[in-house]
Design a protein around this ligand. Structure first.
Ligand SMILES: Cc1cc2nc3c(=O)[nH]c(=O)nc-3n(C[C@H](O)[C@H](O)[C@H](O)COP(=O)(O)OP(=O)(O)OC[C@H]3O[C@@H](n4cnc5c(N)ncnc54)[C@H](O)[C@@H]3O)c2cc1C
Length: 379
């Protein structure tokens, strides 16, 4: 290993790839990226299924969306986006409904024909049957917003599968604002810009990391090479914060996902990119059908790729979603304090480093801010 890098970046997801791009192209300095997986792109990695030629997102469907002009202008240097517009559907008791819950969901579920201005009065009748003055948990809070029947159908089973916990054991604060619409709007996001990269996500990373100033070492765990690095190098770390200190205060809680890939003999299996499943007895939370992410592409096949998603507790190898809550929050703060003492030359960030769920546009913004405010100024 060449020891003479001024900057060593851990992880080839958006956080480190963008900082690497800026250091290499704006500062003109050499950087090393170490990535423990066998590919760049982090959780946004996309690849092609050999049997069908369909491009898919290995770690779950990713839709780019932002209203941040700075982020949009930056990322548009590396890709164009197609016109994909995200909509989510949910199957409950073998019938398909729109999500988040909107007027179509309510009318179809109750087999009625409400107008938007009649929704409040209708739900008022539901609240008379069950509502809570001081909601103590997620379930009571959700029932206060949409009533028991809609909660049981569309929120309860899905939440239990997704978080592995009874909503009665989750804090009410998680859903202060349950997405819920009294009109027929079916767009999942309301951002100014959205779409899927025309050539896929991995092509963005190929361009971000194309500079000769960037060396990438795949299949390499940072902790296995850390002692060989130049001791004055600035480390930019986007792995788990608890791993950085060898879990000395205990482990932060995460959920992770398992994906089951299958090629089925239909031109179109479910007519949409993501179908949620509300019934608790169906073990998967969602089925992804990635061909729908690229309506501009012609696949010409009587086969399609489907991916079933299962949620489970994370092991140390594959943490995905931070679970949060007060205990995890204070554990994270304890780690952060200690990291600053133990690693004075280290910048930590990204979804694992900050122990926070971030959408891609948040991570891109954070990475650009880190570069502009810390690295470029030599802090
Ligand atoms: C299922 C799912 C769906 C999502 N859908 C969307 C969506 O639709 N829209 C959206 O905007 N966002 C979505 N996101 C969020 C998006 O994935 C993240 O915002 C983004 O990936 C975060 O980038 P990052 O660089 O922080 O982390 P990551 O992409 O996770 O990159 C971190 C990298 O660090 C590597 N690493 C960790 N530890 C080490 C180590 N010790 N040594 C070497 N390498 C290491 C990891 O292997 C990983 O490649 C989704 C996330 C998930 C889990």
């Amino acid at each position: 290993m060449n020891k003479n890098y001024d900057y060593v970046l851990v992880g080839a997801g958006f956080y480190c790839s963008i900082i690497a791009e800026r250091i290499a192209n704006d500062l003109g300095k050499k950087v090393l990226i170490v990535e423990k997986r066998n590919h760049i792109g982090g959780n946004c990695f996309s690849e092609t299924n050999i049997e069908t030629g369909i491009e898919f997102h290995k770690y779950g469907t990713h839709i780019f969306h932002t209203s941040n002009k700075k982020v949009w202008e930056y990322i548009s240097n590396f890709t164009t986006f197609n016109s994909y517009y995200h909509q989510v559907l949910i199957t409950y008791n073998s019938k398909v409904y729109q999500m988040p819950i909107n007027l179509e969901t309510i009318n179809s579920f109750y087999n009625i024909n409400l107008k938007p201005f009649e929704v409040d009065d209708f739900l008022e009748q539901e609240f008379k049957k069950e509502s809570y003055t001081n909601p103590k948990n997620f379930e009571e809070q959700a029932i206060n917003i949409i009533g028991r029947p809609l909660y049981d159908a569309f929120i309860k089973g899905y939440t239990i599968k997704q978080w592995g916990r009874d909503p009665k054991d989750l804090p009410a604060s998680i859903i202060k604002r349950l997405p819920f619409r009294k009109n027929y709007s079916e767009s999942y996001f309301f951002d100014t810009y959205q779409g899927i990269p025309t050539d896929g996500f991995t092509a963005i990373f190929d361009k971000l990391l194309a500079s000769n100033n960037i060396d990438i070492q795949l299949n390499t765990d940072f902790f296995e090479i850390k002692e060989q690095l130049n001791s004055s190098a600035t480390i930019i770390y986007s792995g788990s914060i608890d791993r950085l200190l060898d879990y000395r205060f205990g482990e932060l809680d995460y959920r992770t996902l398992d994906f089951e890939f299958e090629v089925v003999n239909y031109e179109d299996f479910q007519g949409t990119s993501v179908m949620n499943y509300g019934n608790q007895k169906i073990p998967y939370t969602r089925i992804h059908e990635p061909k729908h992410l690229h309506p501009e592409r012609t696949y010409n096949l009587d086969k399609t790729l489907i991916i079933k998603e299962y949620s489970k507790e994370a092991n140390r190898e594959e943490p995905y979603y931070p679970i949060g809550g007060e205990v995890n929050k204070s554990l994270y703060t304890k780690y952060l304090k200690e990291v600053k003492k133990v690693y004075p030359n280290l910048i930590i960030g990204g979804r694992l480093g900050d122990y926070k769920y971030y959408d891609m546009h948040h991570v891109i913004e954070n990475a650009l801010d880190t570069y502009n405010n810390l690295i470029k100024k030599g802090c």
